[in-house]
Design a protein around this ligand. Structure first.
Ligand code: MLT
Length: 240
């Protein structure tokens, strides 16, 4: 587990990477694909997003932009998963740039397998990863501008905990991996109170100041969508 993309080892790529941005990018990515979007294409840079998406008609594209939790002016939507209704997104490609989550996905885009995990699709991600049996697996929290975040670490812990249980690894096999042990402990402590954990988290507080109470409630739900966003080409995620 790496708590931010900045903490991943330079010059290395794993066999499989799970990018996690519970509040809210990877929750939004899972939701928009579940609602029938054709694909999600991620960008760290807003200008580049605008340029690439220019080739798509306004009926076929949706531009989502978020900075500091707020919608970017001129974009079709911000980063709220609640905006991803089937009526709005069906058959369209979501071009999205967010403060941290899309940067985490770009950091790991050279891994053989790249997926996006959140509490809402944890079970689907875990099932797929176990079936792939990767030798190296990174779970990369997006954090906030290089800093640790409670909610991403708890979600990384939820994923690691489930893999650990289902593969019947012994505790000895986890010992020595302090990040994994710490994330599982955080998840174990808060698993029945995820919404409360979000209320204590710095980005949760930021979103509450922006009146995103309903987003927090939605993002705190566990295993509610059976969706596996998989990278099919660098920066593009689909259901395959
Ligand atoms: C991010 O990428 O930092 C987040 O998803 C921010 C947000 O929209 O809540």
């Amino acid at each position: 587990i790496y708590h931010t993309p900045e903490l991943t080892p330079e010059g290395k790529v794993p066999d499989c990477a799970i990018a996690v941005d519970v509040l809210r990018a990877t929750t939004t990515i899972a939701t928009v694909l579940a609602a029938g979007a054709e694909a999600v294409q991620v960008f760290s840079d807003l200008e580049q997003l605008i340029q690439v998406s220019e080739a798509w008609s306004t009926e076929k594209r949706l531009r989502a932009g978020e900075r500091g939790g707020a919608k970017v002016v001129g974009f079709d939507m911000g980063n709220s998963p609640l905006d991803c209704t089937p009526e709005r997104v069906q058959g369209r490609r979501l071009f999205i740039s967010t403060t941290n989550g899309t940067r985490a996905l770009q950091r790991v885009q050279n891994a053989a397998i790249v997926t996006a995990g959140a509490f809402i699709n944890r079970a689907s991600v875990v099932k797929y990863v176990i079936a792939q049996q990767p030798e190296t697996l990174w779970i990369v929290g997006s954090g906030w501008e290089g800093s640790f975040s409670l909610e991403d670490t708890a979600c990384a812990g939820a994923i690691a905990h489930s893999i650990w249980q289902q593969t019947k690894l012994s505790l000895d096999e986890l010992a020595g991996n302090d990040e994994v042990m710490g994330a599982i402990a955080l998840y174990a402590e808060w698993q029945n109170n995820l919404l409360e954990l979000f209320h204590h988290a710095s980005h949760g507080k930021r979103l509450l100041r922006l009146d995103c109470h309903e987003d927090l409630k939605y993002c705190a739900q566990m295993d509610i969508v059976d969706v596996l966003p998989l990278q099919t080409e660098p920066g593009v995620l689909k259901i395959v």
